[in-house]
Design a protein around this ligand. Structure first.
Ligand code: GDP
Length: 498
């Protein structure tokens, strides 16, 4: 966007502020119905003179306002899902967040989720206690609840700013914006217009008439008509740029949201956009997510967990069992836990924090399951606590082993399954290399690992064997229950893993 022609800058105000150069980008998070949308609408209505732009304000996913001569960009898709979708794909955009808590309702499940997301992102935030116009509200009650959630607010041992507001009436909103600027100032945001352009997709769709349309928030550099644009999933050339007021613009500077026409396909929300192809790839490949069926390691000797369980009682039981797993220089850290099923939000939080998602008597929604495979997040569900603990113990053991080298020593195919006495036996043939009794085995289906185990018994006809070479058939019993099936491939990883 070139200029804020239609913004309300009051006469006599100094617009020399914005000492840091780049306007802060602000996200609004909080529980449903606590007033996020009302707040975003109020800020937009009260700070943007839409009349001058023809009375049409367009929703493009973000907008800019001017407060006391300084610009602030708001992401207007409220909620932590949007916030985390961006983070998960590597495109963190928010400099400051506002956590909205309704005074009458207090801290609720999504307030807690939002807090977890904010902490994971290390995004500085301000708490807006909303609906202060309602009778009988008590801000100290909210502050106390927040401090119980580890949010150290002013007067309760910390310095997180709390601003009472009424989004409906607009009371306290100016003060909130003031605080946003203050928190932003402490970060010294720089406007890097001299650098190559880079931005983040904050909204995208396929328009019947215009084709792929994406709202891009500029992070660095300047985006101009005619510029090449690359994301990991698509590419293009900027044909047109439309600002947040529905007016075509020639360029967009840092912290400015702009609708971009010219992508060959619809880019994903959260993707980084860059003017250079190679750089985009570099950024993406740096994404610190380990994919596949293995415990994700945020750090040496640490497993982070996001736990969803059917009931509070189960959560408590799991937490206390996990306590026992803790050893010196080993950590099982519960990043977030709550009752309920596994949702998209949990997956995004896991992706951003490199956590493992554990469901205990909890289901995973279809969309969350799809998201998990896209994001490379490992999800495990259990019905029995000791199975959960066992697997975690194994995981911890695995990560404390020095340099686990996975060398593939052989492959075998499961040709049939039969039962011998009590045990389920996999009848296999070695396709390549060899399978040794001491190997760690990964079981794969359609190229994806479905489990790992070791061998307790290995036989050819009726004799015990220790190894089966290429072309040889054998029966094996796994050490622990693995849901193997006919046609699964067994990959031998060698005893060096031991
Ligand atoms: P969101 O789900 O967080 O986006 O919440 P909304 O902005 O949709 O607000 C939920 C409800 O709370 C709506 O009925 C709003 O009118 C109401 N609401 C929002 N802010 C206030 C406020 O400051 N005071 C009062 N009394 N009601 C509010």
């Amino acid at each position: 966007m070139a200029k804020n022609k239609s913004r309300t800058i009051e006469k006599g105000q100094q617009s020399t502020a914005q000492p840091s150069g780049r306007p802060p980008v602000v996200a609004i998070l909080g529980h449903v119905d606590h007033g996020k949308t009302t707040l975003l609408d109020y800020i937009r209505r009260s700070h943007v003179a839409a009349k001058e732009a023809g009375g049409i304000t367009q929703h493009i996913g973000a907008y800019q306002v001017t407060h006391k001569g300084r610009k602030i960009t708001f992401i207007d898709t409220p909620g932590h899902e949007a916030f985390s979708a961006m983070r998960a794909r590597g495109g963190s955009v928010s400099d400051v967040a506002v956590l909205v808590v309704a005074a009458d309702d207090g801290v609720m499940p999504q307030t807690k989720e939002s807090i977890a997301h904010l902490k994971a992102a290390q995004t500085p935030f301000i708490v807006a206690v909303n609906k202060m116009d309602l009778p009988g509200t008590n801000i100290d009650r909210i502050k106390k609840q927040l401090s119980e959630e580890g949010v150290l607010v002013e007067g309760f041992g910390g310095d997180v700013v709390v601003v009472p507001i009424s989004a409906k009436r607009g009371e306290g909103v100016d003060n909130l914006l003031e605080m946003v600027n203050l928190v932003a100032d402490m970060q010294g945001l720089k406007e890097e217009t001299g650098k190559d352009f880079s931005g983040v997709v904050i909204e995208s769709k396929l328009d019947k008439f215009k084709g792929p349309v994406a709202t891009v928030l500029v992070k660095e550099g300047v985006l101009r008509i005619g510029d090449p644009v690359h994301t990991k999933s698509t590419t293009g050339k900027v044909k047109a740029l439309v600002g947040d007021e529905g007016v075509p613009v020639k360029e967009a500077r840092p912290s400015t949201p702009v609708e971009v026409l010219g992508f060959a396909a619809v880019p994903k929300v959260g993707e980084e956009v860059s003017s250079k192809e190679a750089e985009t790839e570099k950024v993406e490949s740096k994404k610190p997510i380990e994919t596949g069926e293995k415990f994700v390691r945020p750090k040496e000797n640490e497993i982070r967990l996001i736990i969803k369980a059917d009931a509070q009682g189960s959560l408590e039981a799991i937490t206390s069992s996990l306590e026992k797993l803790k050893k010196e220089n080993q950590q099982v850290k519960i990043y977030y836990s709550d009752t309920g099923n596994i949702t998209d939000s949990d997956i995004l939080l896991a992706s951003a924090t490199k956590s493992l998602v554990i469901g205990f008597n909890a289901n995973i929604s279809n969309t969350a399951s799809k998201l998990a495979s896209e994001e490379g997040v490992l999800v495990r569900t259990y019905n029995i606590i000791y199975e959960l603990i066992d697997e975690l113990e194994e995981g911890l053991e695995a990560i404390s082993r020095p340099e686990v080298k996975e060398e593939i020593l052989g492959n075998a195919e499961i040709l049939k399954i039969f039962t011998a006495e009590e045990d389920k036996v996999a009848g296999c043939r070695t396709i390549s290399g060899r399978i040794n009794k001491g190997d760690l085995l990964a079981i794969k289906r359609d190229g994806k690992e479905i489990g790992r185990s070791k061998i307790v018994s290995m036989k050819h006809r009726d004799s015990n064997i220790n190894e089966a070479n290429e072309g040889e058939e054998f029966g094996l019993i796994f050490e622990k229950k693995v849901p193997f099936a006919k046609s699964d491939i067994i990959v031998a990883m060698g005893s060096s893993v031991n």
